[in-house]
Design a protein around this ligand. Structure first.
Ligand code: AR6
Length: 174
């Protein structure tokens, strides 16, 4: 049986983390935005945007679809790669949780393909995209728990504030 990765919770800014892969809460343009995306491009430097532009000019002419993931350089960040994924926008009328789960699963798949051992995630979709934190945390923990992706041994959720940390802590305990 393949060992499942250890899940670790950290309170902080994902751009200050050291890990093989940092996951970006991107949008499908891959060309930057606010929140995690803005911080990653700001601190990671122009190399990341340049790699994203190359992706738009090649495989992802129409952008990266929601629920998928793609890797670039991590520029000046303390990581080997950034994996960009596009979370779904929260909808009160439509269940998009499979797409949110797919973001975690696909990001881990791409990270494992790159040989990553440590992967840091933000709480995807729970900022600008409006997903309720408690549900976002449950989906995140469930998706990662279900995925055994060697050589990934550690999945770290990097939570920006006390509230997000508390919701992930509850989801982990459940
Ligand atoms: N480190 C860790 N977590 C953070 C950081 C940070 N530096 N900054 C914010 N958060 P968001 P989304 C938390 O909005 O909801 C962008 O414009 C934040 O408190 O970054 O997936 C993209 O270009 C929240 O809990 O991502 C897209 O258009 C979580 O990270 C759109 O936002 C995610 O917030 C994506 O929206």
């Amino acid at each position: 049986m393949t060992t499942r990765p250890t899940i670790v919770l950290v309170r902080g800014d994902i751009t200050e983390q050291h890990a093989d892969v940092l996951v970006n809460a991107a949008n499908s343009s891959l060309l930057g935005g606010g929140g995690v995306d803005g911080a990653i491009h700001r601190r990671g430097g122009p190399e990341i945007l340049s790699a994203c532009r190359d992706l738009r000019a090649s495989h992802y002419g129409k952008g990266l679809p929601t629920g998928q993931a793609v890797a670039t350089t991590a520029g000046r960040l303390h990581a080997r790669h950034v994996v960009h994924t596009v979370g779904p926008v929260w909808s009160p009328t439509q269940d998009r949780s499979a797409l949110l789960a797919s973001c975690y699963e696909e990001s881990l798949r791409v990270a494992a393909e790159l040989g990553a051992r440590t992967v840091a995630f933000p709480a995807l979709s729970t900022g600008v995209y409006g997903w309720p934190l408690d549900d976002g945390a449950r989906i995140a923990v469930r998706s990662v728990r279900a995925a055994a992706r060697p050589p990934v041994t550690e999945v770290r959720f990097v939570l920006f504030d006390e509230e997000a940390y508390a919701r992930f802590d509850e989801a982990l305990a459940a």
